[in-house]
Design a protein around this ligand. Structure first.
Ligand code: HEC
Length: 103
């Protein structure tokens, strides 16, 4: 039969890029933005002159702007009504660490 690849090498099994909870824009970030941010940051009248309607806009605000700081800013939070649960904010940290995966 020649089943020479029938095992998983230790280093692949234990290294982070292969874990199952990778966060992507489509899998997690988009919904959080839709539910918590888009009412104030969309086309008609974007608050702070910031649009968060698509991948490129959200990535740019996270990578080059203050999005990550503001969702964790106790005294000046986004959304303005108060910090989101830490479980939701943790998805953003993971997303940054994984280099802003889209899908
Ligand atoms: C109720 C309306 C409202 C909601 C909801 C809201 N924002 Fe904002 N946002 C504002 C306003 C008003 C400003 C401009 C004043 C300021 O910076 O505090 C702003 C500014 C910002 C800025 C700074 C922009 C800049 O370049 O100075 C970021 C980043 C931001 N929002 C991200 C978010 C994110 C991410 C969410 C959702 C998690 C969110 N906001 C939800 C009203 C809102």
């Amino acid at each position: 039969m020649g089943c020479t690849k029938g095992y998983i090498p230790q280093d692949i099994e234990s290294n982070p890029p292969y874990n199952s909870d990778t966060i992507t824009y489509e899998s997690k970030i988009k919904d959080i933005i839709s539910n918590n941010c888009i009412s104030c940051h969309s086309e008609s009248n974007p608050q702070g002159n910031l649009l968060l309607e698509n991948y490129n806009q959200v990535r740019s605000a996270s990578e080059n702007g203050t999005l990550i700081q503001r969702i964790n800013d106790v005294s000046n939070p986004m959304p303005t009504t108060g910090l989101m649960p830490s479980s939701k904010r943790a998805f953003f940290d993971e997303w940054v660490q994984d280099a802003f995966l889209e899908n």
